[in-house]
Design a protein around this ligand. Structure first.
Ligand SMILES: *Cc1c(COP(=O)(O)O)cnc(C)c1O
Length: 429
């Protein structure tokens, strides 16, 4: 049997890289088969090592909202390269970035740059604990906040039990400070606060979930959460690493009209370079070193390449109608897919906000992690591979959201729908 180019590359990669990948979802474990090895990308397209073109709806898991290799971003990075890659000293570009974000989101009074979303949420939680002097934190089932110890925790057997680690290597002693509640469940939230409210340092959530496929919680859930956090003095952290500048310029907090105490960012703000950030209320942020006693640092934080790439990208995002255009593209694709699934008599549901969307092989639109887990993943995997074969790159997991970029043309979307018509038609079982 002759191996494909990707199979050869995957075998080579496995010799010295665990599982052949540097982040697990890239290994195609959920959908089976061999990952596509990418050589380059431009606009809406990625190209494998043999030059095969894919219409890409992953966009590096969110950052590529302008499409790949946007000329203005690439030029900004090239210019930045000529000036040196890192200084370990302040640069004016960091101030520009902080000002830009604070202008777009006025509830961000102070903001600190880090190098990943994981660092942003980990630091925001330490800050909330330092600010409140409390240890317990609350998270929600199906929300992902990176891979720091306190956050790799799921619910224990009883709903309000202490948490259990979801990864080996996380001490039970850490997990016991994390309470995991069902997402989008106002009643469970109320009960947890009734019992422990005054012990909570913070509640962290994805305000629109994008790591259990995509789930949009109710306005009531958000209103209740904001009220309870205020009443009990718990810091409300919106993890907008995915949704920030993705569901709209002002993110999910604006979508729901909720002002969180702290917000975390990543993905889009680096335009594809490794960046994260956390920010919010001045009174809380002033607890961070060097102003306060909560320690947080980073050798490469505020890296000049990343800041200058981010600035070039924000120049595009803040153009009038950017998000209207992006949303129209997402709507055209998602509504088109829904119509095709209905035509083929397939149980299918879908949702979108701005440039982010969720596709489910289930009759009803999922409202929480349990619902997502009950959708037909076998069908999803068949659909994924049928699309991949035709040159459409969807997220290789039924538990991930998908992303539109401004570079996707009507023609790209129509081509995607033609492929989907065929893929839906071939679904068996
Ligand atoms: C991707 C993501 C993270 C983690 O960011 P990394 O840069 O991968 O560390 C955290 N929170 C959310 C909501 C994310 O989508």
């Amino acid at each position: 049997m002759t191996l494909t180019a990707d199979q050869v590359l995957f075998e080579k990669a496995k010799r010295h890289i665990p599982g052949g990948v540097n982040s697990p979802v890239r290994a195609f474990v959920g959908v089976g088969g061999t990952p596509v090895f990418v050589s380059r990308a431009k606009g809406a397209y990625m190209y494998d090592t043999e030059g095969r073109e894919y219409i890409d709806y992953v966009g590096s898991w969110g950052p590529m909202i302008l499409g790949h290799a946007h000329p203005k971003v690439i030029d900004a990075v090239k210019l930045a390269c000529d000036d040196g890659l890192s200084f370990g000293a302040p640069t004016p570009f960091e101030t520009t970035m902080a000002d830009l974000i604070a202008d777009i989101m006025p509830h961000i009074e102070l903001i600190r740059m880090v190098s990943s979303g994981t660092e942003a949420t980990m630091s925001a939680i330490r800050l909330a604990r330092g600010y409140t002097g409390r240890d317990k934190i609350v998270k929600f089932e199906g929300c992902y906040h990176g891979h720091s110890d306190s956050l790799l925790v799921k619910a224990g057997s009883g709903m309000l039990d202490i948490g259990e680690p979801t990864s080996k290597g996380v001490p039970a002693d850490f997990a016991k400070h994390t309470i995991t509640l069902p997402y989008n469940d106002t009643q469970a939230l109320q009960s947890a606060f009734d019992k422990f409210g005054d012990e909570f340092a913070c509640v962290i959530l994805e305000p629109i979930a994008g790591n259990m496929n995509m789930v949009i919680p109710s306005q009531e859930f958000h209103n209740t959460l904001r009220e309870l956090c205020t009443k009990h003095g718990a810091v409300l952290i919106f993890d907008e690493v995915m949704t920030g500048f993705r569901v709209g310029l002002k993110g999910a907090s604006h979508h729901f009209g909720i002002t969180p105490d702290l917000s975390t960012f990543g993905k889009i703000i680096g335009a594809g370079l490794p960046v994260g950030a956390f920010g919010g209320k001045r009174e809380i942020m002033e607890c961070i070193a060097p102003l306060g006693g909560v320690y947080q640092a980073g050798t490469l934080s505020g890296n000049p390449l990343a800041m200058r790439a981010g600035k070039a990208m924000f120049d595009e995002l803040t153009r009038p109608d950017f998000y209207e255009q992006l949303t129209a593209k997402t709507a055209k694709l998602v509504n088109g897919l829904q119509k095709l699934a209905d035509k083929h008599g397939i149980d299918f549901s879908s949702c979108y906000v701005g440039g982010m969307f969720g596709l489910f092989f289930s009759k009803e639109l999922p409202k929480n992690f349990d619902d997502v887990a009950h959708a037909d993943t076998k069908r999803f995997n068949q659909f994924f591979h049928a699309m991949l074969e035709q040159g459409v790159y969807l997220a290789p997991s039924a538990f991930e959201a998908a992303f539109m970029s401004i570079a996707h043309t009507d023609d790209d979307i129509e081509r995607t729908l033609v492929c989907a018509d065929k893929a839906f038609g071939e679904l068996i079982g």
